[in-house]
Design a protein around this ligand. Structure first.
Ligand SMILES: *Cc1c(COP(=O)(O)O)cnc(C)c1O
Length: 824
């Protein structure tokens, strides 16, 4: 595009003033939606507005790509099976800096801005924290002007929509693409073959060198769909490139001609199934072939794309790792390691040692979990069926690695079993975490404690072998989405008092410390919280029909429902409060509203039972006239990024109560504290660092330390002792088991209670007393509104560390070694 045409387009079509935006919306209404204003629906207007905004992003995206290419910029490829970006429209308007202008344009058209924003269906292409982290990092990389491509999967159906029926979670298909997706640009010409199955053959090439040929059994095609990711207040616009699967041939003509029409079409359907649906589990799917195929599919497309882009530069492939660093978001994309080896050795005839040098300097791996059941492994026989060539490459990598390790530790063979990428046994498996560690130049945990436990417990032998390899980058969240966008009352107050610098320099929230004791400011702070609580109450009413009182203390736990996160500990406290109030109606404690939200994996019985238990307890409490104005419990259905926007800012108390040593980092904890909630939490994940930052007097700590948990585990844990020694705990469990909350059905919650009494894997009963007592301190503290407000202000003032900008800066400096690139 010549410069003349480019500026002409800008001046005539993508002006940033209200008049130009209005004109643009109207044009899209007619020319994209094919509707006249008088018959347009809210959805038509949303699409017209989205396209008007998109027009203003695309040029930035093209200029960015051109700049990066001209500079031969080093680029981060963030490989992630999940991205959970949340609604795009409002975020993009903010990043473009045209919030006022769009509001004006929309108002002139007689439309309601808020309800237009409500029209957007978010891309639920992730389960929770891991996918959301990827999205926060995409935001921060663009804002910090780091050239980056996010590579992932364009699932046709994202995480299921959660409905609550009779207190139970019911999963509904997430048809997020039904009404189109204005934010993606399909790139039908950008397509790659991805092969599966078959076998391998050895042959000698013309130079007499032994090579391997993979003769696959079937193939699918991956097609790129690009979503621009704009930096805030900069021109840099990076790419989120998601792959969607297509059949290689629309019809198998052989079958078609012999009359097997159904069989022919079926092949097409099977290929397109590959990217059909996101696995709705935050733990690996044991032995699910389609999941392995999804992983390989997106990794192969991404690496082929990276090689394609690289070769445009004319540089030799042995310098690939200078151009790229690829971050593996958990082990889901770890097959990238043998895949890059295959591309270099088999396809580009590179010698093994050079290829290994390139590969090992391309990848870095982020570990996200300490739960042993969450460490991904694939059965060897399955792996061989799907990726026979990759298995051979993994064997070769493993054998060379074990030779290296043997020499380095100068030890006997027994030790090596623990390091091996292959786990031997009745059904041998590929340990994806070991593959990721061996094939990466750096490995990082996501909070200080987590990284330390990685070094000490999960990967100690690797740590002994390579003491510099495992490092820490504590997670962060983007202040653009989780403050500026979702907490506008607070953003306005901050702008008046400390300016807007915090949006891209979160440490400047420190300026609030000076205001923490200012009675005027405290009052404004309370007003902001009050407005946010009213908003949460409105949304809760719309979603559940349940009225909640913004004058009560809002105590919130929203996150995936999992035993280790201990929603049931929260529930036992609620039952305890209920019992106390019933036994002692005169008891003077501040009224509380407990808000829960979160999805359970569809196959996770105990998590689904916990949801049912929360709803059952809620039903009884909310119906009991004695609890009027004292206690309320609501389960907010379908927790996702969109609902998160109104939930985090509305909280007074943030529940971060996982068993110490189980939550790798958590990011919900950061979003709450950043929005002025006080945390009740254990010394787990990033809670520890949050407490260090905000000050221990501004954090409600309870529960065992990780060391105490380990010690208890060693000495033998007997949950029933705790029950017998604590009458309130016993009573809470008895009530749950008795049928009191289940219309007299004493069987319904028996499995939950039995689970706690016989085993209690997450030591709910141990931490119960300390938790309940801590909650009593919270109730006391809430009475002193001035002191509470002061603590809330100090929390926000000291959360600077938890910006994802800081995390990305650390990745940039300590791992990726990459420079920012200005785009003009
Ligand atoms: C932040 C976030 C999470 C992660 O929450 P944790 O409390 O860290 O588990 C999950 N889902 C959504 C929608 C989020 O925004």
């Amino acid at each position: 595009m010549s410069e003349v045409t480019s500026s002409k387009i800008q001046s005539t079509r993508v002006g940033m003033d209200a008049a130009a935006i209005k004109q643009s919306i109207l044009e899209h209404l007619v020319h994209t939606q094919s509707r006249f204003p008088d018959v347009a629906s809210e959805s038509d207007w949303y699409n017209a507005l989205a396209h008007a905004v998109r027009d203003r992003m695309l040029e930035r995206m093209m200029v960015t790509a051109k700049t990066y290419k001209a500079n031969k910029s080093r680029t981060v490829c963030y490989l992630s099976a999940e991205f959970l970006p949340g609604p795009h429209l409002a975020n993009n308007i903010l990043a473009l800096g045209i919030w006022q202008e769009v509001q004006e344009a929309v108002a002139q058209l007689g439309l309601d801005f808020e309800s237009l924003l409500e029209e957007e269906v978010e891309p639920g292409l992730g389960n929770g924290g891991l996918g959301r982290l990827a999205a926060c990092y995409m935001d921060s990389m663009a804002t910090l002007k780091i050239p980056a491509i996010g590579y992932g999967i364009r699932y046709e159906f994202g995480i299921f929509r959660q409905e609550i029926e009779d207190g139970w979670q019911v999963e509904k298909t997430d048809k997020w693409l039904s009404y189109g997706n204005p934010w993606e640009i399909p790139r039908p010409r950008l397509r790659f073959n991805v092969h599966f199955g078959g076998h391998t053959e050895q042959f000698k090439d013309i130079d007499g060198i032994l090579r391997v040929k993979w003769i696959p059994e079937w193939r699918v095609i991956g097609v790129a769909h690009d979503t621009p990711v704009m930096g805030y207040g900069v021109k840099n616009t990076n790419l989120l490139r998601l792959w969607s699967s297509e059949a290689a041939e629309s019809f198998n003509f052989q079958a078609f001609n012999t009359g097997d029409y159904y069989g022919a079409v079926n092949e097409k359907v099977t290929s397109e199934n590959l990217t059909k649906v996101l696995y709705p589990n935050d733990e690996p799917e044991a032995g699910k072939r389609l999941r392995l195929e999804q992983q390989y599919f997106f990794v192969s497309c991404s690496l082929q794309d990276m090689v394609r882009i690289y070769l445009q530069s004319g540089d030799p492939l042995d310098q690939f790792h200078h151009k790229y660093t690829a971050q593996l978001n958990d082990t889901h994309p770890a097959i990238a390691i043998p895949e890059l080896m295959r591309l270099l050795v088999d396809r580009n005839q590179m010698d093994w040692d050079t290829a290994w040098h390139v590969t090992r300097n391309t990848f870095a791996y982020t570990n996200h979990t300490l739960l042993p059941e969450a460490l991904e492994k694939w059965p060897l026989d399955l792996f061989k069926k799907v990726l026979p060539r990759h298995l051979e490459i993994i064997y070769e990598i493993n054998s060379r690695f074990l030779d290296e390790a043997r020499m380095k530790i100068h030890g006997l063979n027994g030790h090596l079993e623990k390091l091996s990428i292959i786990e031997e046994g009745a059904r041998p498996q590929v340990r994806m975490a070991h593959l990721a560690v061996v094939g990466s130049y750096k490995v990082n945990g996501v909070a200080e404690l987590h990284s330390e436990l990685l070094r000490q417990n999960v990967l100690p032998d690797f740590h002994a072998l390579w003491p510099d390899k495992i490092t820490n980058v504590t997670n962060g969240v983007t202040p653009r989405r989780f403050m500026l966008l979702s907490n506008q009352p607070l953003a306005h107050l901050l702008r008046e008092r400390i300016g807007c610098g915090w949006v891209t320099d979160l440490d400047s929230l420190h300026k609030l410390e000076a205001l923490a004791d200012d009675p005027d400011f405290q009052q404004q702070w309370q007003k902001v919280k009050r407005r946010n609580k009213e908003r949460l109450a409105r949304h809760a009413l719309a979603a559940t029909g349940q009225k909640i009182d913004p004058d009560s203390l809002f105590d919130v736990q929203v996150k995936r429902v999992h035993e280790y996160k201990r929603q049931h500990l929260n529930l036992l406290h609620i039952i305890t409060l209920y019992n106390r109030l019933k036994d002692n109606p005169g008891l003077d404690i501040p009224p509380r509203t407990f808000v829960f939200g979160g999805k359970a994996a569809p196959g996770y019985f105990m998590a689904k039972l916990i949801i049912k238990a929360i709803n059952s307890v809620a039903e009884v409490i909310n119906r009991d006239p004695d609890m009027d104005g004292r206690l309320r419990v609501v389960f907010f259905p379908n927790f996702n990024v969109k609902t998160a926007h109104c939930i985090y800012p509305g909280a007074d108390v943030s529940e971060q109560i996982s068993l110490a040593g189980k939550e790798a980092s958590g990011t919900g904890n950061m979003k709450f504290a950043l929005n002025g909630a006080l945390t009740v939490g254990t010394l787990d994940g990033a809670n520890i660092e949050i407490r260090e930052e905000v000050g221990k007097e501004n954090f409600f700590l309870f529960g065992m330390t990780e060391a105490e948990v380990s010690a208890l585990q060693q000495q033998g844990y007997h949950p029933q002792d705790y029950c017998q020694n604590d009458p309130e705990l016993k009573s809470a469990l008895d009530f749950l088991a008795s049928g009191y909350f289940s219309h007299g059905d004493a069987t319904l919650f028996r499995p939950l209670v039995d689970n706690l009494l016989n085993g209690d894997p997450y030591k709910v009963l141990v931490d119960y007393r300390s938790y309940v007592d801590c909650q009593a301190r919270i109730s006391e503290a809430y009475r002193d509104r001035q002191e509470w407000t002061r603590m809330s202000i100090l929390n926000v003032a000291r959360m600077g560390k938890f910006s994802s900008d800081r995390s990305i800066q650390e990745y940039t400096n300590n791992i990726w070694k990459i420079a920012s690139v200005d785009v003009f």
